[in-house]
Design a protein around this ligand. Structure first.
Ligand code: IP8
Length: 254
């Protein structure tokens, strides 16, 4: 089983509300289709919020200070629509994807994230590629953003995935923002040892913490499966990562 998180930074232009990066998305879809056709491996795809989910949540927090029920509804609907749209594009390419309404699969039980993986498993067995997405879910009577990163880590851990790939707009993790000329690329990072080596801020609309958030969540879920952070803007990179060919990326170990 492979979990692929398609980050909001590759799916969308994070600086412009509701903008899909179609050229990049079509390349990613083609990589996934090629890989699944060749290997018949099971895969779950998780989508990030980008300038869809994050834009709405940022506006709500700016206007109201928190996520009220109207904002939760709007965020959830917009993310569901994005997921359906992307799922249809996968259909057109010939793949059998299905969107799972993420807030009806995940709950918090005693402060701990729980997902109904039984239902996902049923569909995986029928060669369906489930698509989930960063969503808004109830937590202690309030609405909270559940990031696609956490969903991905959770599923990889609970379902014993072989590989978890985070597709982003950079070649993995750097010791500071890659726009600085002296930023150093880190090909390997250990969650327990290296998190303090990185100083990064994210650009555009992001309420769940970008790359640092992604890594911090991993501390809770990493069980030793293979984890890669790759650059999805480079054509063919996702396919190479899927088949295990070497690319410039960051491998994340516990
Ligand atoms: O982009 C957050 O998912 P992420 C989704 O994976 C929303 O952090 C609703 C903002």
């Amino acid at each position: 089983l492979i979990i692929v998180k398609l980050g909001g930074s590759v799916l969308t232009d994070k600086t412009k509300p509701f903008t899909i990066r179609y050229a990049t998305l079509m390349n990613l879809i083609s990589d996934i289709r090629k890989y699944i056709n060749e290997t018949k491996n099971a895969m779950i795809i998780v989508l990030g919020g980008g300038s869809f989910g994050h834009f709405i949540v940022s506006k709500c927090i700016e206007d109201k200070g928190f996520i009220d029920e109207y904002c939760a509804s709007l965020t959830s609907n917009v993310m569901n629509e994005l997921a359906l749209h992307i799922s249809r594009l996968f259909n057109i390419s010939g793949l059998s994807t299905m969107v799972f309404t993420t807030h009806s699969i995940f709950t918090y039980d005693n402060y701990e994230l729980k997902g109904d993986t039984k239902i996902i498993n049923h569909y995986l067995k029928q060669q369906i590629v489930p698509i989930l997405y960063g969503d808004v879910i109830l937590y202690k009577g309030r609405f909270k953003v559940l990031s696609g990163d956490e969903i991905s880590w959770y599923l990889a851990s609970i379902l014993n995935a072989d590989k978890l790939i985070f597709v982003t707009d950079v070649d993995g993790v750097y010791d500071r923002h890659p726009r600085y000329p002296n930023a150093r690329h880190l090909p390997l990072i250990s969650l327990s040892k290296d998190l303090n080596k990185i100083r990064i801020e994210t650009r555009g609309y992001d309420v769940t913490g970008g790359i640092i958030g992604k890594l911090k969540i991993g501390l809770r879920y990493h069980r030793g499966f293979e984890v890669l952070i790759i650059n999805g803007l480079i054509k063919g990179n996702l396919y190479k990562a899927l088949i295990g060919e070497k690319i410039k990326a960051t491998k994340v170990i516990p």
